[in-house]
Design a protein around this ligand. Structure first.
Ligand SMILES: Nc1ncnc2c1ncn2[C@@H]1O[C@H](COP(=O)(O)OP(=O)(O)O)[C@@H](O)[C@H]1O
Ligand SMILES: N[C@@H](CCC(=O)OP(=O)(O)O)C(=O)O
Length: 346
């Protein structure tokens, strides 16, 4: 039987010192722990920190998109060299895996990515993933590496996703870490503000959005820190930060991949009748659409929302956004085929 997959994501702040440079003591510790864990699990390490490592090489860096791209392209090899150095001490090699959105939205490309990762693991190589910032423009960007790590965890059917951040977990209004969350709902969301750590991109809100998706697809998620002797093993044992229980999921690999596309720019709200039809495994007709939001093309994955703004599931669109809107009054036009719809409550 092949090993379980674990995805570990390190945010910029958690691997940086106060002066913004990478904390090599942290990289050393993480490398040691992952080396030990890699005997039991297939591990993907998603590491931010490329921009942080490279920005000092740009004159008068102010953080524009163009400067971030350039800084990341300079910084990622520096970051990878550090990982190389400390993983080598455990006789493990690392690979640089720079990903773009298309590697996930296109199933053929995604399957190729999967095969390459399988080859890494067979050869005792740990893939270190980051977004290919050099060519990532706003429209095609992942919102941040929490999204990228989540897509990988879903696509690779990981058992556990560990998001390491500087706060060490989700804090309540007394600034105490909430140890266990059974379901991502209002009881935890009420503690989440739009604040971010200085260098971070997504903030806690984005982590919770992706946690909700991952846990609804059967992946246990930890939002934790890197304190203590063995923080990653502690995360697996629910002794680090906040653990989010996984919902039981019967979705097959292709359906999970489809569901991971829910992190898209497109979304449609369906009326009550259409929601009922979907629950009865029917295709979605344009007449049941109450609202079309965002830009999406035919074949792209979109979110399906109920009228109370809760997510019902995802679907591969049979029409682009404009045609979907234009056909809202038409009776027999299919917006999404039943085979291409995944409902989260299944
Ligand atoms: N309830 C909360 N608990 C912990 N952090 C929170 C909460 N609400 C908002 N935050 C913010 O989320 C930030 C962590 O996310 P982020 O800056 O994206 O870190 P990273 O670089 O690790 O991805 C914290 O620094 C904090 O400002
Ligand atoms: N790709 C960017 C990181 C983007 C990002 O998501 O940062 P963070 O919110 O710190 O995880 C980099 O390596 O600097």
């Amino acid at each position: 039987m092949s090993k379980e997959v674990i995805v570990i994501k390190l945010g910029t702040a958690v691997i940086s010192k106060a002066d913004g440079t990478i904390d090599t003591a942290i990289i050393k510790k993480v490398a040691g722990e992952i080396a030990a864990l890699s005997k039991r699990y297939n591990i993907v390490l998603v590491s931010s920190g490329a921009v942080g490592s490279g920005k000092k090489y740009l004159k008068a860096y102010k953080g524009s998109l163009l400067e971030r791209k350039a800084a990341a392209a300079v910084g990622n090899p520096i970051l990878i060299q550090l990982y190389h150095k400390y993983f080598q001490q455990h006789s493990i090699n690392v690979a640089q895996a720079l990903c773009e959105r298309v590697h996930f939205s296109n199933r053929v490309q995604f399957l190729q990515l999967k095969q390459t990762f399988a080859t890494f693991w067979e050869n005792n190589i740990i893939p270190i993933v980051n977004e290919n910032d050099l060519v990532s423009n706003v429209e095609i960007k992942f919102s941040d590496n929490d999204e990228l790590a989540t897509l990988i965890a879903i696509g690779f059917d990981a058992s556990h996703l560990i998001l390491c951040t500087s706060t060490g977990g989700v804090l309540d209004d007394q600034k105490k870490i909430i140890p266990l969350v059974e379901k991502v709902d209002g009881s935890v969301m009420k503690f989440i503000t739009k604040d971010k750590s200085g260098p971070g991109l997504g903030g806690m809100l984005s982590k919770l959005t992706f946690t909700r998706l991952a846990s609804s697809l059967g992946i246990e998620v930890t939002i934790g820190g890197l304190k203590g002797k063995q923080p990653l093993q502690d995360a697996l044992a629910r002794k680090n930060g906040t653990s989010f229980l996984a919902k039981k999921s019967n979705l097959r690999a292709r359906q999970k991949w489809l569901a991971s596309g829910s992190i898209t720019l497109g979304k449609i709200t369906v009326d009550k009748g259409a929601a009922k039809a979907l629950l009865n495994r029917k295709s979605l007709l344009t007449i049941g659409i109450a609202k079309v939001e965002g830009k999406f093309l035919e074949g792209e994955v979109i979110q399906l929302m109920e009228e109370d703004n809760t997510i019902l599931g995802v679907a591969k669109a049979k029409l682009d956004a404009a045609s979907m809107e234009a056909h809202r009054a038409s009776k027999n036009v299919i917006a999404a085929h039943a085979d291409d719809i995944v409902l989260f409550n299944d």
